[in-house]
Design a protein around this ligand. Structure first.
Ligand code: NDP
Ligand code: MG
Length: 384
């Protein structure tokens, strides 16, 4: 694909949005931002529109009266307008940086239109992996993974013959409570959970990293992207977050990808694939000693990871129910309605009580997603 690449960035006001804007600023001759979306942050989206002169801005919520955009920018709203922006014929690449299952419909719209999709939103693959992969196959659209571990695997696979990947391991820092006594974990406050030792991220994924639900979601994401069965997908605790993933090929040789814990590396790789230009940040210092310690996770400390692995093995709508109940429980934890330890209990009980069924279409999926959220909310009310 030639330059400049025209880019639509959905979820521009979040943490991934910010890291993406840093990559675009660094490579203005190669990446041209033409459309952005946000949920409600009108001030930030207005400043992005002014800085980059984007043509279209989508907001889910009505902006305040003093909201201003450049004259060249069109403000759009409504669910269909978001899908139209994802499928806009002007765009070469669509970066999905929306948080949660809300990312699924725009991901499908972009893939249906044959766009290159840079996918940060892992939840869309967790809830609708089959629909997403089937749509990409049918239209020939490419999915370029931007989640750092999956981008690491993607990099390690370049130039390797097809069907030679044997297994892979995604690394995890273990979060801020890696060394806490397990019995103290229920006293964790939202403020403590929102302080990740290595990464600066949005609130939902930061809590997911503390519970390691995030790594569970990533295992399910990896299953769809790299077509491996559950027993060949592993997690390793690696506190410095320098190695992002390790792949092993059929001949027993393993490759790992390393870079500092900053999302600009993975995002730049996906946005400018397959080219490599100077990065936004310095790479790792090869003159100093590197901490390359790895250990398997303790599933008693991280029950959300265990539940996600069970959902991955069970298949059907279990990953969808895992994700929906996790999203509800994290929101309830962040608004002080439930404790940290309740997050895994809500997921566990929702998975147990839910009437599991298969689904074929996005419409059927959305019905199940809604039911799972309603059930999770009723369980949250009982706890809070
Ligand atoms: P943030 O919460 O920081 O940002 C979320 C973005 O999505 C914001 O622009 C927000 O708008 C918008 N948004 C929120 N809800 C909706 C909705 N219902 N419909 C449309 N847009 C919405 O999240 P992150 O940037 O941390 O994460 C984004 C995605 O990337 C997640 O799926 C996460 O798992 C994944 N990811 C994130 C990483 C990171 O380092 N942050 C690393 C790897 C993956 P507004 O600001 O107006 O609310
Ligand atoms: Mg990740």
């Amino acid at each position: 694909m030639s330059y400049p690449r025209k880019l639509v960035l959905l979820g521009a006001t979040g943490s991934i949005g910010e890291s993406s804007l840093r990559v675009i600023r660094k490579h203005r001759d190669k990446l041209q931002l033409i459309g952005v979306s946000a949920f409600k942050n009108a001030a930030k989206v207005s400043s992005i529109a002014h800085e980059f002169g984007v043509s279209k801005v989508h907001l889910c919520q009505t902006p305040p009266e003093n909201f201003q955009l450049p004259q060249v920018t069109e403000l759009i709203s409504g669910h269909q307008a978001l899908l139209d922006l994802a499928a806009w014929e002007e765009a070469d690449i669509v970066l999905i940086a929306v948080v949660g299952a809300a990312g699924l419909a725009p991901t499908l719209a972009a893939l249906e239109a044959g766009k290159d999709v840079v996918l940060a939103n892992k939840e869309s693959l967790v809830v609708g992996g089959e629909l997403v992969m089937e749509t990409a196959r049918r239209t020939g659209a490419r999915i370029l993974p931007a989640d750092s571990e999956h981008n690491a695997v993607f990099q390690c696979l370049q130039g390797q013959p097809d069907k030679t990947l044997e297994s892979l391991a995604l690394t995890a820092s273990g979060g801020p409570f890696r060394d806490w006594p397990v019995e103290k974990l229920n006293q964790v406050t939202p403020e403590q959970a929102l302080k990740h030792p290595n990464w600066v991220m949005g609130p939902k994924i930061t809590v997911d990293s503390a519970t390691m639900a995030n790594k569970g979601l990533e295992l399910i994401e990896a299953k769809w992207l790299f077509e491996l069965p559950p027993e060949k997908l592993h997690v390793l605790i690696h506190p410095p977050s320098v190695v992002h993933a390790i792949v092993q090929f059929k001949d027993g040789c393993s490759f790992a990808q390393m870079s500092p814990p900053c999302m600009t590396f993975a995002l730049q790789n996906a946005l400018l694939y397959p080219d490599r230009f100077e990065g936004v940040e310095e790479g790792i210092d090869l003159c100093n000693s590197l901490d390359l310690s790895f250990s398997p996770p303790d599933l008693c400390r991280y029950p959300c990871l265990k539940l996600a692995i069970d959902a991955l093995v069970e298949k059907g709508c279990a990953p969808l129910v895992f994700n929906a109940s996790n999203e509800m429980a994290v929101e309830a934890f962040l608004s002080n309605r439930i404790g940290f330890g309740d997050i895994s209990n809500i997921i566990d009980r929702t998975l147990n009580l839910f009437e599991h069924r298969s689904f074929k279409s996005l419409e059927e999926l959305l019905i199940l997603d809604n039911e799972a959220r309603t059930l999770a909310e009723s369980l949250i009310v009982q706890v809070s």
